[in-house]
Design a protein around this ligand. Structure first.
Ligand code: FAD
Length: 434
């Protein structure tokens, strides 16, 4: 690749100074920002787009997966508060059932309500929101982030914080700060990306049962009318009865942290969408009049960097439902690996009613002394990542990063010097179920 040398020497305006800056406003960033603010820190959340929610909004991901032990929801308080805040925007007759969650099962997501409700929680907690600021780089000094560099409509700007929380989903901040990371599984590739979309105008009185639809899907693939490596059609019901949500496109062997490959993945995801829409209208009863209701503004990224930390959790820890004195989040969601190379999905459950714990060290990155990781890109292997990545536990991981960042900023200690058992106790006192 040819290169050019770009060394801007002009001073950059410092547009934010805080105890804690959270970069990224998805589920992990939401948990981190709200809990850091409640723990007494001055918090700024910087997000590249104009809304919060991450994959729940820009990625049109739906629904929230169930992460329970028996009837107990493992993700509190921020996940349940987000649900309650979303519920308040529903028509009055639907609110109670949504908030109660039909016995605590998976819950439906409207991307608009996810964004509105996340903003409500942050503003209520006193978080300063800075939208349209994309993280680009760090300035470092003595193993610490001295300033973050962001790109906005104002050009390049800087921000300063005592503690930083990387909630970009991809570990962008940690990677620029020099923390080591892993990517992918045994094949060397990450889980595939998926462009989610919804169709309206579906006559569900006439749609075939899943087994019949599956045969029609396989036939269209065999005839070369669908080029999608996914093994079946993954779809979900939504709030409105004529709308169906599709999590069916599968874009393999692309790296979401490579700008060109990410762009190519968007194009490939939408190419598959066009084929699936044409197939449904032509072959599947009930879909003849279907319309494209909505689609993700950003292709769904399941996996990219996993930032190596003070601790590391493996498939063996998942299998033995490992528990730790400094466990900061609990996960019962299965290993759920969409084949990075093509068709097939591995699902492996923990025993009913049990869970494993994520120790504090998994969110404390190596190589940087004033940084914590929130959300999915933590120090776990490919298999554990496939389990803890779903949104409810990603929020819980973020909560711990927020509480630890606030404590580190208030005490002048490095995250690696904090005792994980203290973070766990503080989380419990603030409403976590640990
Ligand atoms: C296709 C697909 C289907 C899924 N299905 C489900 C499901 O059914 N249920 C479920 O619970 N989970 C599901 N998941 C998993 C879940 O959505 C994600 O793992 C989860 O959202 C991770 O949260 P996060 O906060 O770590 O990252 P994200 O949700 O990705 O949020 C990251 C945030 O950081 C921002 N950001 C990124 N880079 C920068 C930057 N450089 N500067 C500033 N801001 C930045 C982004 O805009 C975004 O707002 C699915 C994921 C995918 C991709």
């Amino acid at each position: 690749m040819t290169t050019v040398t770009y060394r801007p020497s002009t001073p950059l305006p410092v547009i934010a100074e805080s105890d804690v800056i959270v970069v990224g406003g998805g589920p992990g960033g939401l948990g981190a920002a709200v809990m850091a603010a409640r723990a007494g820190a001055r918090v700024t959340l910087m997000e590249r787009y104009g809304l919060l929610g991450g994959m729940a909004s820009i990625g049109e991901v739906h629904p929230f997966m169930r992460n329970h032990a028996g009837a107990e929801c493992l993700d509190r308080p921020v996940y349940l508060e987000w649900i309650r805040a979303m519920g308040r925007y529903l028509p009055p007759a639907e609110q109670d059932a949504y908030i109660a969650g039909a016995g605590g099962s998976s819950r439906m997501i409207s991307k608009e309500l996810a964004a509105l409700a996340a903003e409500d929680l942050c503003l209520e907690a006193g978080v300063r929101l800075l939208y349209h600021h994309a993280f680009a780089d760090v300035l470092q000094s003595n193993g610490r982030i001295a300033a973050g560099i962001f790109l906005s409509k104002s050009g390049l700007v800087a921000a300063r914080a005592t503690l930083w929380v990387d909630a970009t989903g991809d570990g962008d901040v940690a990677a620029r700060a020099g923390s080591p990371f892993e990517k992918g599984g045994p094949s060397g590739y990450c889980q595939p990306m998926t462009l989610c979309f919804k169709l309206s105008g579906v006559d569900k009185n006439r749609t075939p049962p899943p087994a019949e639809r599956h045969q029609l899907f396989l036939a269209a693939k065999a005839e070369g009318r669908i080029h999608c490596p996914r093994e079946n059609v993954l779809q979900f019901e939504w709030f409105e009865p004529d709308i169906v949500h599709f999590n069916t496109t599968r874009v393999v062997q692309k790296d979401a942290t490579n700008g060109v490959e990410l762009s190519d993945a968007e194009i490939e995801g939408r190419r598959q969408l066009r084929e699936i829409l044409a197939w449904l209208r032509r072959d599947v009863p009930g879909y003849e009049q279907a319309r494209l209701h909505s689609m993700a503004h950003h292709i769904g990224v399941r996996e990219s960097r996993r930032i190596l930390g003070q601790a590391y959790l493996t498939r063996d820890d998942f299998l033995r439902c490992a528990k730790f004195p400094d466990g900061i989040a609990r996960v019962s969601y299965p290993i759920d690996i969409h084949n990075p190379l093509g068709g097939g999905t591995e699902i492996l459950h923990v025993p009913e009613g049990d869970f494993y714990e994520i120790p504090y060290g998994c969110i404390v990155p190596q190589g940087c002394n004033n940084l914590l990781i929130a959300g999915r890109p933590i120090s776990v292997d490919h298999a554990v990542h496939s389990s803890m990545r779903v949104m409810p536990p990603a929020i819980s991981v973020g909560q711990a990063a927020g509480v630890a960042a606030a404590l580190a900023a208030q005490t002048g200690r490095k995250p690696a010097e904090l005792e994980g058992t203290v973070i766990r106790s503080r989380l419990k006192a603030m409403g976590a179920w640990l």
